[in-house]
Design a protein around this ligand. Structure first.
Ligand code: FMN
Length: 207
């Protein structure tokens, strides 16, 4: 007898709400490709980025192992959405041909400004309040039947080597004020921000 409190369903996607990042990667001609993504997490200064194989970002990582992880603020969701239907891949891969178009100048189209990074070659997106320069250290294959239907994917392990944060978000020497910072959240293909008021804090939170 099924439990009426729960339903067994087959959602198309499992995007339960994660921050959005704009990934800068280096094109073959030295320009920067900028792509929205949200499948990522951090352990220390190591980040793992979940990338579909059929992206220019994955192609660029394999050729040039550097990137910038830019974190947009919630009020930048429209700029992010301008990047959403674009790919730096030309021709557009068959699997996304119906919904995406090729665009070389992602900064121009989204209205974001490229500024030079300090260590890596891909440029940062100035309007984002956080830029993390990184080296791509490993590319892991990721499996799963439903992922293969999307063309397959990989987990890119990247090591952060420099962190730039908008000055008004920083408290003390090196803390980011959690009451001022808010990520842009991707929640089942809709954009959200965090609620204004915190629920509480963990025992290790800074005073
Ligand atoms: C908010 C948002 C989050 C996304 N998250 C991911 C992601 O985590 N991984 C991924 O491969 N694609 C993700 N995408 C889709 C890519 O942005 C899309 O495939 C894009 O064409 C990649 O650009 P590129 O081919 O120039 O690298 C996301 C798109 C949006 C709008």
């Amino acid at each position: 007898m099924p439990d009426p409190k729960f339903r067994t369903i087959e959602p198309k996607i499992l995007y339960f709400g994660t921050p959005v990042a704009l990934i800068s990667s280096l094109n073959e001609d030295g320009t920067t490709n900028l792509a929205p993504m949200s499948s990522f997490w951090a352990l220390g200064w190591t980040l793992v980025l979940g990338l579909l194989d059929e992206t220019k970002t994955a192609e660029n990582f394999a050729r040039h192992p550097e990137c910038v992880v830019n974190l947009p603020a919630p009020n930048m969701w429209r700029e992010v959405e301008k990047l959403a239907p674009l790919t730096g891949k030309n021709p557009v891969p068959q699997i996304k041909a119906k919904q995406f178009r090729f665009e070389k100048d992602k900064f121009g189209v989204s209205g974001l400004t490229p500024i030079a990074s300090e260590i890596v070659q891909p440029a940062r997106a100035e309007q984002c309040p956080v830029h993390m320069e990184a080296r791509v250290t490993k590319l892991h294959r990721v499996g799963g039947e439903k992922l293969q239907k999307l063309g397959g994917g990989l987990a890119a392990e990247v090591e952060i080597i420099r962190v730039h944060v908008a000055a008004d978000l920083v408290v003390g020497e090196s803390y980011i004020d959690p009451s001022k910072w808010s990520p842009l959240i991707y929640n089942f293909r809709h954009y959200f921000r965090l609620a204004e008021k915190e629920l509480g804090k963990t025992f290790r939170a800074e005073k």
